[in-house]
Design a protein around this ligand. Sequence first.
Ligand code: SAM
Ligand code: SF4
Length: 339
Amino acid sequence: MDRRLPVSPATPLIDRFGRQITYLRLSVTDRCDLRCVYCMKARPEFLPKADLLTLEELTLVCDAFISRGVTKIRLTGGEPLVRKDVITVIETLGTRIGPAGLDELCLTTNATQLPKYADRIAAAGIRRVNISLDTLEPDVYRRLTRGGDVNVALTGIAAAKRAGLKVKINAVAMAGVNETHLPGLIAWAHGEGHDVSLIEVMPVGEIGADRSAQFLSLENVRAALARQWSLTDLPDNTGGPARYARIAETGGRLGFISPLTGNFCDTCNRVRVTCTGELYTCLGKSGRIDLRQPLREGGRDALDDALDAAMASKPLGHDFDVSPGAAASVDRDMARTGG
Ligand code: SAM
Ligand code: SF4
């Protein structure tokens, strides 16, 4: 039985500041097969499985957003590909690409499961994957991910390329950890034909460490890269926190995702939904609207009301703080919210 919510010419999602929401990032699980030091504690307490939206509910939430004008959905986590049978959600959402409403379905992954899934993901209609890889150095990767094997990630990245997926490498820049490896990582990725985005550490969730020790300003990273390469700014059209430059010597694109030192909130077009159905209208704020109860008890009208309430409460911008001793700006893990 097709339990899709009815598609009506519903009102688009526009917040109090006139920003239209066209982009949904959906975390499908808080679980992961890695334990990156900036993302989770060494021994995270994962949510009880009963708290998670079912695969069918994840699809219903996506359909509600699509009918309100969302044209891009990114599945994330946790590691989205460790959720059992998540491929069925990917394949179902793939059918919403095109006249059914979606321009694009994307995925953010650590690549470990891509040898298994890359072909099916591509066949489902996904064209682009963001892959997290902070270093090519096996020892540093193992330390950063608390036990991961960089060769597994590299095999996954190769599988994605073979499947015809456009790969973007995301690397979190960390002071004293991978900063000296970034030029090598960028040169390798550009040589493989992959774009790269560098990300500033964000104070999201408690990780059992002081963030200020991890924080590395991308302004400084860019200045260091500019001493060895020629960077030319490219026009930004993502509506997001990334600013792009072309590196003449490698020919590749390099993005700088700077939620702390950059200013992108004015053009924000996105919201996030956690794997338990909490809608966060801003990555840097704790305010949330529950979608699970309306979904389970009220049906489509109640879900629409919840989306309207979210539009009425989306803040103008975040106020992250990574100064020494500052607490996490928001009381939840990146893996629950979806990075
Ligand atoms: N497991 C998948 C992965 O690693 O790509 C998807 C989820 S992960 C939470 C999404 C992205 O968030 C990754 O690129 C990761 O590097 C980034 N991330 C996690 N915690 C972060 C933090 N505290 N600051 C900045 N980026 C973070
Ligand atoms: Fe897992 Fe991604 Fe978080 Fe790393 S960043 S621990 S791969 S969810």
